[in-house]
Write a protein of this length. Structure first.
Length: 399
């Protein structure tokens, strides 16, 4: 049954609309959680399935030879307990999430508003928005007035015919739209995220689905922060509009013509509509940069048996220095070994040339596995005496 009152026809439009939206958002957040926490609900089935899969993965990894450390096991049990506590216990969920999102922005604005000159920070923001809306409606009825005939030439021309009626009526519409849409947007988004919160909390169990839980926190935090930004922007608009409207209405009731009042009111309404939209975008960008703590990002469920514990910073630096020294020593040793192998190859080559002048150089047995580079011009031997055949010898001897 709908317990939120409908919009009364003669009440303030802004207060009645925002009150109805706020009531529906709170009913959505609390009622949906209670429906999901009932036995046999979809949430209970999802939690049971996730827990079964998690335990099965742990057992499967243990069968494959991996071991669970004390740290990983403790964090796994803490994570499971936190998920089930927030998803099945309304007091814990209300204290940690629900009240923080719904009541936290109002308390923050009440603390910083009086020092910052924000109107309505004492909890009367919506009522004062209604009073400003009624004053703008009264000004639209009175109009800017008709100046004396001699002053028409001193006034700038209107952009188009009937601009005064358009500006006064359009300013009121834009003011109502900015107030109702901005306040309603942050409350509906917060109510929707609170209603679906238990599902996103269940995604915290696994590494691959943890980003969904992180995104839920971003949207929920963005809605809460945007509620603060919208309240401050509307409060600053009220701080400007309330004295301005009071002065303008007093002068118009006294019969004074104010031909520029329509343009000024239209500019004020458009400016604060843009400021409110910028506040919403800025809060969304700030919360979009949120990341979970390193503890939640790097929780190891299982660790291999051979994985060593992390070393302190001093030992890690010493280990890096030792590895650098070893790498330099290995490089020097490899250079010396290559030089000695090259020298042994040249000595073996020169010995072969001296022993057998007519033969090609051969490698020694110690260099069978290493390739020796033969210098240019030494791949063949040069004869030290001329070659004389047997016929030439008999001819020279006169035989």
């Amino acid at each position: 049954m709908d317990v939120c009152p409908a919009v009364p026809p003669f009440a303030g439009f802004i207060s009645s609309m925002t009150g109805y939206i706020d009531c529906q958002a709170q009913m959505l957040g609390s009622g949906a959680w209670q429906a999901l926490a009932a036995p046999g609900s979809t949430l209970m089935i999802v939690l049971t399935g996730f827990l079964t899969i998690l335990i099965g993965l742990i057992g499967y990894n243990l069968l494959l030879g991996q071991s669970m450390t004390v740290r990983s096991g403790t964090l796994a049990f803490v994570k499971i307990g936190a998920v089930f506590a927030l998803a099945t216990s309304w007091p814990a969920y209300r204290a940690l999430v629900y009240d923080l999102v719904t009541a936290g922005p109002g308390q923050l604005v009440a603390e910083i508003g009086p020092r910052g000159g924000v109107a309505g920070s004492d909890g009367t923001l919506v009522q004062r928005l209604d009073l400003a809306d009624q004053a703008m409606a009264q000004l639209a009825i009175l109009g800017p007035g008709n100046p004396p005939a001699g002053t028409y030439a001193q006034l700038p021309p209107a952009p188009f015919g009937g601009f005064d009626a358009f500006a006064l009526g359009g300013s009121r519409i834009l003011f109502e739209l900015t107030a109702v849409a901005s306040l309603g947007l942050v409350r509906i988004v917060a109510g929707l995220m609170l209603a679906l919160g238990p599902f996103f909390i269940a995604f915290l169990m696994f590494e691959n689905t943890r980003s969904l839980f992180e995104g839920w926190i971003r949207v929920l935090g963005g809605a809460a922060l945007a509620a603060v930004g919208v309240s401050i922007a509307l409060g600053l608009e009220l701080a400007l509009l309330e004295p301005w409207l009071g002065n303008v209405l007093a002068r118009r009731m006294a019969g004074e013509a104010l031909p520029m009042v329509s343009t000024e009111l239209f500019v004020i309404a458009c400016s604060f509509a843009i400021i409110t939209a910028a506040a919403l975008c800025g809060c969304a960008r700030v919360t979009g940069a949120f990341r979970l703590a390193p503890l939640l990002q790097t929780i190891p469920m299982l660790s291999e048996r051979s994985r060593a514990a992390p070393m302190p910073a001093g030992k890690a630096v010493a280990r890096e220095a030792e590895q650098a020294e070893r790498s330099r020593a290995a490089a020097v040793a490899s250079m010396l070994l290559a030089t000695s192998r090259r020298e042994r190859g040249e000595l073996a080559l020169s010995g072969d040339v001296q022993d057998a002048p007519g033969r090609r150089p051969r490698l020694s047995a110690s260099n069978d596995s290493a390739h020796v580079t033969v210098p240019v011009g030494r791949s063949f031997t040069r004869r030290t005496h001329s070659r004389v055949s047997a016929v030439a010898t008999r001819r020279d001897s006169g035989a």
